[in-house]
Design a protein around this ligand. Sequence first.
Ligand SMILES: *[C@@H]1O[C@H](CO)[C@@H](O)[C@H](O)[C@H]1NC(C)=O
Ligand SMILES: *[C@@H]1O[C@H](CO)[C@@H](O)[C@H](O)[C@H]1NC(C)=O
Ligand SMILES: *[C@@H]1O[C@H](CO)[C@@H](O)[C@H](O)[C@H]1NC(C)=O
Ligand SMILES: *[C@@H]1O[C@H](CO)[C@@H](O)[C@H](O)[C@H]1NC(C)=O
Ligand SMILES: *[C@@H]1O[C@H](CO)[C@@H](O)[C@H](O)[C@H]1NC(C)=O
Ligand SMILES: *[C@@H]1O[C@H](CO)[C@@H](O)[C@H](O)[C@H]1NC(C)=O
Length: 217
Amino acid sequence: MPIFIAKSFFFFLFFLLASCGTPPRLKSAALNKEDETKNYHPIGTTVSYVCRPGYERTELRPVMTCLENLTWSEAPECCRGKSCGIPKGPEHGRAVDVTNDLYGAKVNIICDDGFRLRGRTFIQCLLKGDQVEWSQPPTCQEITCSPPPNVTNGMHNGSNVKSFVYNSSVTYKCDHNFTLTGEASIHCTTKDNINGVWNGSAPECKGDCLFLSSSCS
Ligand SMILES: *[C@@H]1O[C@H](CO)[C@@H](O)[C@H](O)[C@H]1NC(C)=O
Ligand SMILES: *[C@@H]1O[C@H](CO)[C@@H](O)[C@H](O)[C@H]1NC(C)=O
Ligand SMILES: *[C@@H]1O[C@H](CO)[C@@H](O)[C@H](O)[C@H]1NC(C)=O
Ligand SMILES: *[C@@H]1O[C@H](CO)[C@@H](O)[C@H](O)[C@H]1NC(C)=O
Ligand SMILES: *[C@@H]1O[C@H](CO)[C@@H](O)[C@H](O)[C@H]1NC(C)=O
Ligand SMILES: *[C@@H]1O[C@H](CO)[C@@H](O)[C@H](O)[C@H]1NC(C)=O
């Protein structure tokens, strides 16, 4: 009998003093102010959480219970990242592989053909005040070529053009009595998607031997 009584007493004491440890720290939620100050969590008691900035409530109750084996019940998915909405790419560019638009998400940006990217290659769903929004996207600048070379005894049709954009072309024409050798047109292309280069050298205008012996070569 005394043994039984002693056992019961210790069980009673155990239940009285036993406490779960510090409640787990969650990425999406913080312990509420009141529960934060407590360090005695007997079996059966609960602590509640509030969503951190950038997160919002789901249907699940944001509470955890101290279980009989002195562990905390599993963390409910009580807070979810807020949505930044459909990401908008920059002008002449777009967002790719959008799998997630919630707080913290990263989305890659690529520029259209013929445009180069300036800035970060991604945008991120970030906190702004107590709301979330996409970070400033990079810009997509048109790839251009430097002015095409001039040729002696000839001209090209780009003399009035200020900016030679990707895919544009100029065509050379020789003066009277000069013949063109090489390709008449060159095209503005790019090899590295950053700088524009002409895809060939300018043609040459050679003197016509029949008429102009001085510039024969
Ligand atoms: C504690 O009890 C809960 C519920 O019965 C169980 O899911 C969990 O695995 C137990 N934890 C340990 C460490 O035994
Ligand atoms: C550039 O030219 C190529 C071939 O003519 C064409 O397929 C492509 O769509 C053009 N790109 C742009 C940006 O105009
Ligand atoms: C070609 O000649 C034009 C007119 O003389 C000049 O404005 C231009 O800068 C020249 N281009 C190059 C690449 O030298
Ligand atoms: C020059 O002429 C060619 C052929 O007509 C044309 O394709 C090209 O766009 C012209 N380039 C410019 C800069 O006007
Ligand atoms: C330059 O590019 C144009 C258009 O893609 C092509 O027709 C031409 O053959 C190219 N010239 C050279 C020298 O590669
Ligand atoms: C081209 O050669 C012919 C014949 O020699 C000459 O009459 C004409 O003036 C020349 N043209 C130019 C633009 O030099």
